[in-house]
Design a protein around this ligand. Structure first.
Ligand code: ZN
Length: 281
């Protein structure tokens, strides 16, 4: 099942056409994207019958919002790919390095990114979407509390990120529109192996990042076990699971985002984000 948020209403993406959940279910389901988690299994069963003969409008990508527009919590993981830790000249962490992206930075898959300075960087990431309230989840059962996956960019202002001592990541990664996600929230059954999904990123057409989530240092189940030991997880919470090597701040020479450049991100089974960098308004 592929859920999208078209102008604030949740619906299925059936071969590129929008099947409005509330409209096509006779208001059995809500139009609110955040309400889908409470009835996830029912919606999935209903969605399975909507594959043929969908007559909804073609989905206009420019009108897509974030598939999870208002998560309660947004967790993010630093240094979770070996090649990224190595390029940053930092040791492989012994425990997950968890920070937050404040939820106000979450925007749709094609949102513009206002640049906050001269050292704004890209980070393509798998984003896990929690499906139910959970605490103290074991790794063995962790996928059971996941609704699905989407794709995200953990846009990062490196100057802000490292401006305090010791560094405090959250603000530098939470500026307006620094968290594009989408284009769809895809249920786990759509992935041949949810622990091995390819992802990549281009800036201004130049390939910058390419990896697979089977390279994660801490796997999704391990992250959920670790985080849920301390925090209650809520339906719609997001976990940005970390970025692979190839970010701009550790390239030689260093490379940062410039006005007019487009960041394109892609994840197998999910689709693409396209985010234009613009002047800060
Ligand atoms: Zn990141």
């Amino acid at each position: 099942m592929r859920l999208v948020n078209l102008e604030g209403r949740v619906g299925l993406d059936v071969a590129g056409r929008f099947v409005d959940l509330a409209l096509h279910s006779g208001d059995r389901f809500s139009s609110d994207p955040m309400a889908a988690f409470a009835r996830w299994d029912e919606i999935k069963t209903w969605a399975a019958d909507q594959t043929a003969g969908a007559e909804g409008p073609l989905i206009d990508a420019d009108k897509l919002g974030a598939p999870v527009p208002s998560p309660t919590q947004v967790f993010a993981i630093g240094l979770n790919y070996k090649d990224h830790a190595e390029e940053a000249s930092l040791p492989i962490p012994d425990v997950p390095m968890v920070f937050t992206k404040f939820p106000s930075c979450i925007v749709g898959p094609n949102a513009d990114v206002p640049l906050t300075g001269e050292r704004v960087d890209w980070e393509v990431e798998q984003v896990v979407v929690i499906g139910q309230e959970a605490k103290d989840v074991t790794a063995a059962r962790a996928w059971e509390v996941v609704a699905g996956m989407t794709l995200g960019q953990d846009i990062s202002d490196r100057r802000l990120q490292f401006s305090s001592k010791p560094p405090q990541f959250s603000l530098g990664k939470s500026a307006t529109n620094f968290g594009p996600i989408g284009p769809a929230l895809v249920s786990l059954d759509e992935f041949p192996d949810p622990d091995a999904v390819g992802l990549r990123c281009w800036v201004a057409g130049e390939p910058m990042q390419e990896s697979n989530t089977n390279n994660l240092i801490f796997t999704v189940p391990e992250l959920i076990e670790y985080i849920s030991r301390f925090c209650v997880l809520y339906p719609g919470d997001l976990i940005f699971t970390g970025t692979p090597g190839g970010v701009g701040s550790v390239r030689d020479p260093r490379r940062y985002l410039a006005e007019g450049e487009v960041i394109e991100s892609e994840m197998d089974g999910i689709g693409r984000l396209s985010n234009r960098c613009v002047a800060r308004g």
